[in-house]
Design a protein around this ligand. Structure first.
Ligand SMILES: O=C[C@H](O)COP(=O)(O)O
Length: 263
């Protein structure tokens, strides 16, 4: 049976308001004809572009997400953004624990857990990002690191909330201009471990959580990644930031997946 495929991009600290709106409008026109029963498309712009994004874009075509969120509704948290403020903007998704939040800004697994619980309690689709560093991979502890990030990240989250959970596996060493993409085999083996851990954490409810791969996804590796049985989607940075190129990547990956599932 064919599964729904997830495609999304984090715009990081790129694109101003106008560029974001133009990008989103272009992406809607390019991809409008693809059934949203078959793909789920999401974009995570900068905070300053969120209001214009939600006003200009129909989220049945592209889910709009925030790059981070505070775990408290209000309080003395200078520089933070509350779940209520994000709700006010009408966004539907929140990303938690992106590699740059963990490794540039020092966020911990227990902070990600507080954010995950707050995001789920406020009804957001919650995308938890996990991934091992190059050093952890060299020590042979990738699986342990991923299991820890999942077990702490989802600590005390009831199985009844899994319908709003997505996971992105983004090995730290694979991300950004200096990253090396994971091979499809390596990514698949880590995705298998992630799916196993999700079953342990949530029981049967864990089996429907989509697990996306991210980290230097590009037109040259997207097709091979998407056909892996445990990879449910692609979370793309740089290769998605031009709407026409992202459209091509999505269509090629989808066609390859469909071809492969007919074999
Ligand atoms: O959030 C997206 C990831 O950080 C991947 O970025 P990248 O595709 O530019 O390596």
């Amino acid at each position: 049976m064919q599964k729904k495929l997830y495609f999304g991009s984090n715009l990081k600290m790129y694109k101003n308001i106008q560029d974001t709106v133009t990008y989103l409008q272009d992406l809607v026109s390019y991809t409008k004809d693809i059934s949203r029963e078959e793909i789920e498309l999401f974009i995570i712009p900068s905070y300053t572009s969120l209001e214009s994004a939600t006003k200009n874009i129909e989220q049945s075509y592209i889910k709009i997400g925030a790059q981070n969120m505070c775990w408290e509704d209000e309080g003395q948290f200078t520089g933070e953004i509350s779940p209520l403020m994000l709700k006010e903007l009408g966004i539907s998704l929140v990303m938690i624990g992106h590699s740059e939040r963990r490794h540039v800004f020092g966020e911990t697994d227990s902070e990600e857990n507080k954010k995950v619980k707050a995001a789920l309690n406020h009804g957001f689709t919650t995308l938890l990002c996990i991934g091992e560093t190059a050093g952890e991979k060299d020590f042979g502890i990738s699986t342990e690191v991923l299991r820890t990030q999942l077990k702490i990240g989802f600590h005390d989250v009831p199985a009844s909330q899994t319908k709003n959970i997505w996971v992105a596996y983004e090995p730290v060493w694979s991300i950004g201009v200096n990253g090396t993409p994971a091979s499809a085999d390596y990514a698949e083996s880590m995705h298998k471990e992630i799916k196993k851990a999700l079953l342990e954490i949530f029981g049967d409810a864990g089996k429907d959580i989509p697990v996306l791969y991210g980290g230097s996804v590009n037109p040259g590796n997207a097709d091979e990644l998407i056909i892996q049985p445990s990879i449910d989607g692609l979370f793309t940075g740089r290769a998605a930031w031009q709407a026409d190129k992202f459209n091509t990547l999505i269509r090629n990956a989808k066609a390859t997946y469909e071809e492969n599932s007919r074999l």
